[in-house]
Design a protein around this ligand. Structure first.
Ligand code: ZN
Length: 282
């Protein structure tokens, strides 16, 4: 677990707290002026919100740490560790990073050579194909003028499952409750299949849920890691999360709204800082 000091959450997006538990604040968007947002509180549940095993004890970042997430709750060891590869896919998605195979169609270099490539630069350079690492011969094939490149598609099922995981955790935190509805069970089935790298199970669970929560992409690197706000589409207001200043993800429960302006289920009010592993220690 990293002991590295993290920079404080950016303050360019300033908040004016009003009220108590779930305070409405004013979020000043550089693009659109003022909009209402809800601060999502840290909270700890009696059970792991993903697998429902009791007494979770590992610090969980929401959104993932690589997206600037902070420790917001606890999950169990298995859910925390085994979700790592799926979360790496989200990072790859940001840079459009995948594997490419190159082949010289004139036979000047025999066979296929692989490389890890990205189509979006994370350092602000114009987009293009960036080679992150390549097998011997890849560059030679690319320079031969007779190259055929096959790019492996991104694993979008895992990208969506990871976004769903973080929208789900953020929604549980907002309501301070792990919902025990049929829909929440379907969401957890998606998360468990992604955690266990069960490709068939993931496809089945995603079909059963019938809902892809990712609704957009933003470039707001200075935004706080997690925001709940509203958007108006086709005349209707929708609750959305902004995660890591990158993703806009719909509120994941169609059969349950954010606990805004009503008392929330207070199943366990406990400090996240006392006596537990915490990767976010400052
Ligand atoms: Zn768990």
């Amino acid at each position: 677990m990293s002991r590295k000091r993290k920079p404080p959450v950016r303050t360019e997006f300033s908040f004016d707290h009003q009220g108590e538990e779930l305070a409405y604040s004013k979020y000043v968007s550089k693009e659109t002026g003022r909009i209402d947002v809800l601060m999502v509180p840290r909270y700890c549940f009696r059970a792991c919100p993903i697998c429902l095993e009791p007494d979770p004890d590992v610090a969980e970042h929401v959104p993932p740490e690589s997206l600037g997430g902070r420790v917001m709750t606890w999950t169990c060891q298995k859910c925390n560790n085994d979700f790592g590869p799926a979360e790496d896919k989200l990072r790859s998605f940001i840079d459009l990073e995948t594997t490419a195979h190159a082949e010289a169609s004139d036979g000047s270099v025999p066979g296929k050579r692989a490389a890890k490539v990205a189509f979006r630069s994370s350092d602000g350079r114009p987009n293009g194909m960036f080679i992150r690492s390549a097998a011997t011969g890849f560059d030679e094939i690319m320079g031969s003028g007779a190259s055929r490149v096959i790019v492996q598609p991104l694993d979008m099922a895992l990208v969506h499952a990871t976004l769903l995981k973080h929208a789900y955790l953020a929604a549980c935190l907002t309501n301070r409750e792990i919902p025990r509805t049929a829909e929440a069970d379907e969401i957890r089935a998606v998360l468990l299949a992604a955690r266990d790298r069960d490709t068939d199970g993931l496809n089945r669970a995603q079909l059963a849920l019938g809902f892809e929560p990712a609704v957009g992409w933003i470039e707001a690197p200075d935004a706080p890691p997690i925001l709940l706000t509203q958007t108006k589409e086709s005349g209707e207001l929708h609750w959305i999360f902004m995660l890591g200043g990158r993703f806009v993800v719909q509120w994941p429960f169609r059969d349950g709204a954010p606990a805004v302006g009503r008392p929330v289920a207070d199943e366990k009010h406990q400090s996240l800082d006392a006596g537990h592993a915490d990767g976010d220690r400052e």
